[in-house]
Ligand binder design. Structure first.
Ligand SMILES: Cc1cc2nc3c(=O)[nH]c(=O)nc-3n(C[C@H](O)[C@H](O)[C@H](O)COP(=O)(O)OP(=O)(O)OC[C@H]3O[C@@H](n4cnc5c(N)ncnc54)[C@H](O)[C@@H]3O)c2cc1C
Length: 483
């Protein structure tokens, strides 16, 4: 069973079903990272806010499970400690519980010619790395002299694909061996379809601001050394989770929201329609109950928002419907320690498309954090599917496990059968910021001007990482709070 997140009757604020005589300040639909962070920003400021979630638990994609001594994540495995997350954990009194990932997780492998190769961790390593090779170095050294130009493949909205951008600036080898697997690991996406400005805005900005990725990268490093860090040294840039998994963070947010006197969380409330009525927004649930609020925040996946908004304004629904969410499955496999020859001494292994395997990569989960597998055992978490191979996510659990084992057995020297397994299916996993994404968001924002009091948020804009969602949610909440 998934570990319990507040929304169980005990943690739920009993006022959630009380009749409301005055409209709420804010009604939030969707209890993932975005909705929870928005609700918390409002709740702690004493606003009258209610958050409604369709499922029996909050957290959305964040979903941890304990089964005996196995501890897994169905969705995200880690968050990166940046100043906003550090401030949030401090505020929620969760810092003492947070676990930094094992220091060996700095090491990351990429499959090359059927063998895991460690990504270079320093300049000397980089010189020797077969992942770069002399071809790669020749292109890297030329990078500062490549003109920042509109010469790359650009669509009508002047958006360039990530593949075109990287190929133009760094050459085909870096694209194939580093960027391609990285994109699989983060987006389960296709670099030739992702928009560089939408999916990797910081990368695009380096070229724009400094004329070169290498010059821009160095300038950023120098600037970061001058700036106050915002996070103590022991936490800076660390990957983080909790002994119970990331759901602890979502759970604590929900607990704190429910504990505020003016705020409420209600689960198992699926909103099926919204309308404007005078100065207020009204949302109604499948069972017929209605909520009224001055502001409505939809913090749900793009397609769910599109369905709610289509009867209201097609110009709102169309850009949201166009955002693709390919399927991804997370396959957690537990092994006896002696059955894996590879030391699993790192974060995990990513598999470039050119290796001809279907698995996108695997995290070394029991290396990352203690307490994820019984003594004498190891846990890996593999991912399969994604935009370039959605069919790989089809098939029953046996098929999924067999597919992953066929790809990983020689790579990680796996000699025995898994002793424990769990297949988590995400039929619509991660929104793809494809070419045209920025234009779609612009069109959406223009249409939103006709609907005062309505805010749309979620991982389909402003970043897909949990940390981005928490931060964007906080900003939404703060923008709606009044003194
Ligand atoms: C397999 C996988 C692995 C990932 N790994 C990582 C990782 O390691 N690190 C990282 O930073 N990020 C990772 N991500 C991305 C990250 O988890 C998500 O981008 C983020 O959690 C999304 O949060 P959200 O609140 O925007 O959306 P969601 O989590 O999708 O929340 C939306 C909520 O809205 C609810 N809802 C939908 N419709 C309705 C309705 N009509 N009425 C009421 N409620 C509704 C849903 O039930 C859901 O709870 C991963 C994602 C996946 C799928």
């Amino acid at each position: 069973m998934p570990s319990e997140a507040p929304c169980s009757p005990t943690a739920q604020n009993p006022r959630c079903d009380a009749p409301l005589d005055a409209p709420l300040d804010v009604l939030i639909v969707g209890g993932g990272a975005t909705g929870l962070a928005a609700a918390w920003a409002l709740a702690k400021r004493g606003q009258r806010v209610t958050l409604l979630e369709r499922e029996p638990r909050t957290g959305g994609n964040i979903r941890s499970e304990r089964d005996g001594e196995w501890q897994i994540e169905h969705g995200p495995n880690t968050v990166i400690m940046k100043p906003p997350l550090y401030a949030l954990l401090e505020e929620l009194e969760l810092l003492a519980e947070a676990q930094p990932a094992n220091t060996t997780s700095r090491k990351r492998y990429v499959a090359l010619d059927g063998r895991p190769q460690a990504l270079p961790m320093g300049p000397l390593d980089a010189l020797r790395s077969p992942l770069i090779g002399w071809h790669g170095w020749a292109r890297l050294l030329r990078e500062p002299f490549v003109k920042p130009a509109d010469t790359g493949e650009a669509d009508t909205n002047n958006e360039e694909s990530l593949a075109s951008f990287v190929q133009r600036r760094l050459g085909p080898r870096i694209l194939e061996r580093m960027v391609d697997p990285f994109v699989s690991g983060v987006y389960a996406g296709d670099p030739s379809r992702l928009s560089v400005r939408a999916a990797m805005p910081r990368l695009a900005a380096l070229e724009c601001d400094h004329g070169s990725l290498l010059r821009g990268g160095l300038a950023h490093l120098r600037q970061r050394r001058r700036e106050p860090p915002g996070v103590p040294a022991e936490w800076r840039g660390k990957l983080v989770s909790f002994p119970q998994g990331l759901q602890r963070l979502a759970g604590r947010l929900a607990e704190r929201i429910a504990a505020q006197p003016t705020s409420t969380i209600a689960c198992e409330r699926e909103i099926v329609g919204v309308r404007r009525e005078g100065e207020n927004w009204v949302a109604w649930a499948r069972e017929g109950r209605e909520w009224r609020a001055r502001h409505l925040v939809l913090a749900v996946p793009a397609l769910a928002a599109a369905r709610l908004l289509a009867p209201l304004d097609a110009a709102l629904a169309q850009p949201l419907e166009a955002i693709d969410y390919p399927p991804v499955n997370a396959i957690a496999l537990g092994f006896r320690e002696g059955d894996i020859g590879h030391p699993l001494d790192g974060f995990g292994v990513l598999i470039p498309r050119s290796e001809g395997r279907r698995t996108l990569g695997a995290l070394f989960a029991s290396t990352l954090f203690p307490g994820r597998a019984p003594a004498g055992h190891k846990l890996i978490n593999a991912f399969i599917g994604g935009q370039r191979d959605p069919a790989a996510a089809e098939g029953d659990d046996d098929t999924q496990v067999a597919r992953v084992l066929a790809d990983l057995s020689d790579l990680l020297d796996i000699r025995g059968e898994p002793v424990w397994r769990r297949v988590s299916r995400w039929p619509r996993a991660i929104p793809q910021y494809e070419l045209g994404h920025l234009a779609r968001i612009e069109a959406l924002d223009a249409a939103l001007e006709r609907h005062p009091g309505l805010t749309l948020a979620g991982n389909w804009r402003g970043g897909i990482a949990v940390g981005d969602c928490l931060e964007n949610g906080r900003l939404v909440g703060e923008s709606l709070a009044f003194p």
